[in-house]
Design a protein around this ligand. Structure first.
Ligand code: PLP
Length: 459
């Protein structure tokens, strides 16, 4: 397919492609890195240069690029059926995958509603929660129409998922389009919203969630949360026990818990699902990203029987969940997801991860010594390294210095792909990376941060 010269592709990219979350004026000034192929832990550009994929191609790649088993599963499926709709029909891979997902997720999540992205999986979770209370039977439940979400939350880019988002940089501009959401404080310990010290933290931030649930539970449909780690906010790791407390409050005040495992699911935190760290079974669980091992767009919103049953009725009762996307339950994506999950089992990936998680945690310690690193947060194989201009005051570098991007370019020169979140350098290595590759990810990142923040002139 590609008989074009790199210069031609670069020109057409700049001329025609509008890149996501990208200031296109800035983009126009630089030579784009055009990825042509992948192999294991590496991506290759058009000139054949290789780069370690330090962000798992935006947090999705699990067993590496071009994994034989997943390639084969997709090819075999393609030779049978590429697509058929789930509206009025079933297909083999989507059925098998639903069975598998119910088997591997926390007990009691027995129903699977498919879509294609993390955003839609959350959007669907919100709509299901809302409709559930409308159909639950008691008149008073019909007032349960709002959601509680956390400050700094990120649940995707569709209007519903933005409504439960809490990152001003991304979401503020859309405020007039959003439905009303009740915000609880974020467990952002480095910049504690209650100005407390992490060392003596008693999770006071949860008291605020408790208080707002106590006062408003009659109008709250659900609490939406990224379990353990608020990813897009810069890998904000919640204190141990926080999630279990939220679940306890949801039970006490009769609101649903919607766990958005889009970023943290499929092994990322060191267990298959983040909720299992604290033995939490949410009422609704959103899955995407790693579900196909980084191959094809697929998402699943899982619910309990209790929720599903509220949608059962006679045709004229109109209790149906009127929602569905054209490619919902796509057979190719489902086949990829099945192969991905089988590989977790075959390679014993979760067990194999534990040594890597230890190495990663140890390797990250020394980042704290860097002059301009304010905080280092990690869980499993996900980490955020927060760059600050002043460690004492936690002040950030002026945006014009463009520090995170300069660190990205420096790392790239040394063969590593990174993608920061605002002033936080993110590390999301591929779960199948070898110990040596992981070490390289750490070393290159360390050197890049040091060089840009300590050695180069800041101007
Ligand atoms: C926790 C969480 N939820 C939802 C999303 C949105 O997923 P997608 O980009 O596939 O729509 C993301 C994406 O980063 C995420 O981190």
């Amino acid at each position: 397919m590609n008989n074009y010269k790199p210069e031609q592709l670069e020109q057409w990219d700049k001329q025609y492609v509008w890149h996501p979350f990208t200031q296109m004026r800035q983009w126009q000034k630089e030579k784009p890195l055009i990825v042509e192929k992948g192999e294991g832990s590496y991506l290759y550009d058009l000139e054949g240069n290789r780069y370690l994929d330090g962000v798992s191609s935006l947090w999705v790649t699990v067993h590496g690029h071009r994994k034989e088993e997943i390639n084969r599963a997709i090819t075999e499926q393609m030779n049978k059926l590429a697509h058929s709709t789930l509206l009025g029909l079933a297909n083999v891979p989507a059925t098998l995958l639903a069975h598998k997902l119910v088997e591997i997720t926390p007990e009691g999540l027995n129903k699977v509603f498919y879509s294609e992205s993390g955003s839609t999986s959350v959007e669907i979770g919100l709509k299901i929660a809302y409709q559930y209370w409308q159909q639950k039977g008691k008149e008073e439940y019909k007032n349960k129409r709002k959601f509680v979400s956390l400050v700094n939350a990120y649940h995707g880019d569709t209007i519903g998922s933005v409504s439960v988002g809490g990152i001003d940089l991304f979401h503020k501009i859309f405020a007039a389009l959003l439905f009303e959401t009740v915000h609880a404080p974020s467990p952002y310990c480095y910049r504690c919203p209650l100005h407390l010290k992490k060392e003596t933290c008693l999770m006071d931030c949860i008291n605020e969630m408790e208080s707002l649930l106590a006062h408003q539970h009659h109008e709250i449909a659900g609490v939406v949360i990224e379990p353990l780690v608020q990813g897009a906010a810069g890998m904000l790791v919640a204190p141990e026990g926080y999630l279990a407390k939220v679940k306890e409050l949801c039970n006490r005040y009769n609101v649903l818990l919607i766990a958005d495992e889009v970023a943290v699911g499929f092994g990322r935190t060191g267990k298959m699902f983040a909720c299992t760290h604290e033995n939490v079974r949410p009422d609704i669980m959103c899955l995407a990203k790693g579900i196909t091992g980084g191959y094809l767009p697929l998402a699943a919103t899982m619910t309990t029987d209790e929720i599903y049953n509220a949608f059962l009725g006679e045709l004229d009762e109109c209790k149906t969940f009127y929602h569905g996307h054209t490619y919902t339950g796509n057979p190719l994506a489902s086949a990829a997801a099945l192969a991905n999950i089988e590989l977790f089992e075959k390679d014993n990936l979760i067990t194999a991860l534990q040594d890597k998680v230890s190495l990663f945690a140890n390797g990250l310690k020394k980042f704290r010594e860097l002059h301009y690193v304010g905080d280092v947060r990690h869980k499993g194989l996900m980490a955020g390294i927060e760059i600050v201009e002043n460690k004492e005051t936690k002040e950030l570098f002026p945006v014009k210095y463009n520090i995170p991007h300069r660190i990205v370019l420096e790392a790239r020169k040394n063969g590593l792909i990174l993608r920061p979140l605002d002033n936080v350098m993110v590390l999301m290595p591929i779960l199948s990376m070898s110990i040596a590759e992981l070490q390289q990810v750490l070393d290159i990142t360390y050197a890049a941060i040091k060089k840009v923040t300590e050695d180069e002139a800041l101007c």
